[in-house]
Design a protein around this ligand. Structure first.
Ligand SMILES: CC(C)[C@H](C(=O)O)[C@@H](O)C(=O)O
Ligand code: SF4
Length: 423
């Protein structure tokens, strides 16, 4: 069996499972974000009275944080009342940040767990060796009422990463180049595992970016075998009570691919699909109206660190604006402590509240028609960040910062030395 199958088997109380089988699993973490009040309504509509395991339910106020309309505020108010009524202690209010980052910050995401959130990018938790997947309101309501949910055991595609990651190239570039080759529907309902020696060069932050983006290949879930890097991250957050499952040596993958990361250069996904990927150099010199640094893909401390290296002592030129959205309160605190935010503010960037913000066009950084945004987020569909005529290019946080520095698409490698430090 694959480690993912072992997780699902354990949660279903079975000794073995196989791809295609439907299993009914105990869910370790059920998360609801603030776009999904329908979950609460569905819970009552299906006869729910008490949430079976409120200790393992997390409510996230991230998409509307802080609220831009009265309707959003009313939603939050009803969620808070639900939390009080049901004894849900983990209410991550508007200052906490994007659900996936908050899960990581709190040490909630851990190996061997089943994590289900009303958000498609729940694949992110594969970075911890968890089975993470996104669902809609009614499925989540079933978990509230029963503590369990059914899944179809996915086939697994393994992507082996080999070679040395060049300076100025990041997980985002690697995964964009993979999606550009394999395309947006390559992994529909399959699991995508990242493996291979290059993983040793990738921190948890970078692994989260990789796993996050598998959603844009249609993946049901993602997986990275926990290692010393994972265990160290969890130790720092006080997590020790988890089970690490290992894939059997004779497990047969649905596909087994190898990518040499040493050949990857900075990439951009051009409008209007995530698999419309080219080398960044193809767009060098194109004017950028907005550089957007944030989200559950590219809004972590390391992302701010590299942006600060590129923009230290610089001034963002007139005609370009930079919006920065730390993925969570913990990320913001860390970036403040390290001086990254101060450096970026001094360069002329705007700081907005942690959360989803303009990543999906809610507030804090929307685009006008024909404006170009270079964004560290994960989607560039029409209307994703405001006007349906806004043009979003997805790239690494370093590429976002380099664009802010010059007001045009710029290769970030020229500002970094061979160690990835300020050149
Ligand atoms: C919650 C939902 C509207 C959505 C998702 O499921 O991913 C959002 O977070 C996104 O990134 O598009
Ligand atoms: S930051 Fe963006 S991609 Fe992530 S959960 Fe929020 S809206 Fe979705």
């Amino acid at each position: 069996m694959h480690a993912i199958e072992k997780i699902l088997a354990a949660k279903a109380g079975k000794s073995s499972v196989h791809a295609g089988e439907i299993v009914n699993c105990r869910v370790d973490w059920a998360g609801i974000n603030d776009l999904y009040y329908q979950t609460v309504k569905s819970f009552y509509e299906m006869g729910g009275e008490r949430v079976v395991d409120p200790e393992h339910v997390v409510l996230f106020f991230d998409h509307y944080a802080p609220c831009a309309t009265e309707k959003q505020a009313d939603n939050h108010k009803r969620f808070r009342a639900f939390a009080r009524e049901q004894g849900i202690r983990h209410l991550m209010d508007i200052n906490e940040g994007v659900c996936h980052q908050v899960m990581a910050d709190h040490g909630f995401s851990a190996p061997g767990e089943v994590i289900v959130i009303t958000d498609s990018h729940t694949t992110t938790h594969g970075a911890f060796g968890a089975f993470g997947t996104g669902v809609g309101a009614t499925d989540l309501a079933v978990i509230l009422a029963t503590g369990r949910l059914w899944f179809k055991v996915p086939e697994v595609i393994r992507i082996n990463l080999t070679g040395k990651i060049p300076a100025g190239v990041y997980a985002k570039d690697i995964v964009l180049s993979i999606i550009g080759k394999l395309k947006a529907d390559y992994a529909v309902y399959k699991a995508v595992e990242f493996a291979g020696p290059a993983l040793q060069q990738l921190s948890i932050s970078e692994r989260m970016a990789l796993c996050n983006m598998t959603t844009e290949m249609g993946a049901k879930t993602s997986y990275i075998q926990p290692d010393a890097i994972t265990l160290q991250f969890l130790k720092e957050r006080g997590r020790q009570d988890f089970t690490v499952y290992e894939t059997d040596a004779d497990y047969v993958y649905a596909a087994d691919l190898t990518f040499d990361v040493s050949e990857v250069e900075p990439q951009l996904a051009a409008p209007f699909s995530v698999d419309n990927v080219q080398a960044l150099s193809a767009y060098a010199g194109m004017h950028v109206d907005q550089a957007y640094l944030g989200s559950c893909t590219g809004g972590r401390t390391e992302d701010f660190a590299v942006a600060a290296k590129i923009l230290a002592g610089q001034h963002i030129p007139a005609g370009t604006r930079m919006v920065m959205v730390p993925a969570s309160k913990a990320v913001l605190a860390e970036c403040l402590a390290k001086g990254y935010i101060q450096t970026l503010l001094a360069a002329g960037a705007t700081l907005t509240a942690s959360g989803c913000a303009a990543c999906l066009g809610i507030h804090q950084g929307l685009l006008a028609a024909d404006e170009v945004c270079l964004s560290s987020t994960n989607r560039n569909f029409p209307g994703r960040m405001g006007s349906v005529k806004g043009r979003i290019y997805l790239g690494s946080p370093a590429s976002v910062a380099a664009a802010a520095r010059n007001g045009v698409v710029t290769d970030p490698r020229q500002y970094l030395d061979e160690k990835g430090e300020q050149a």
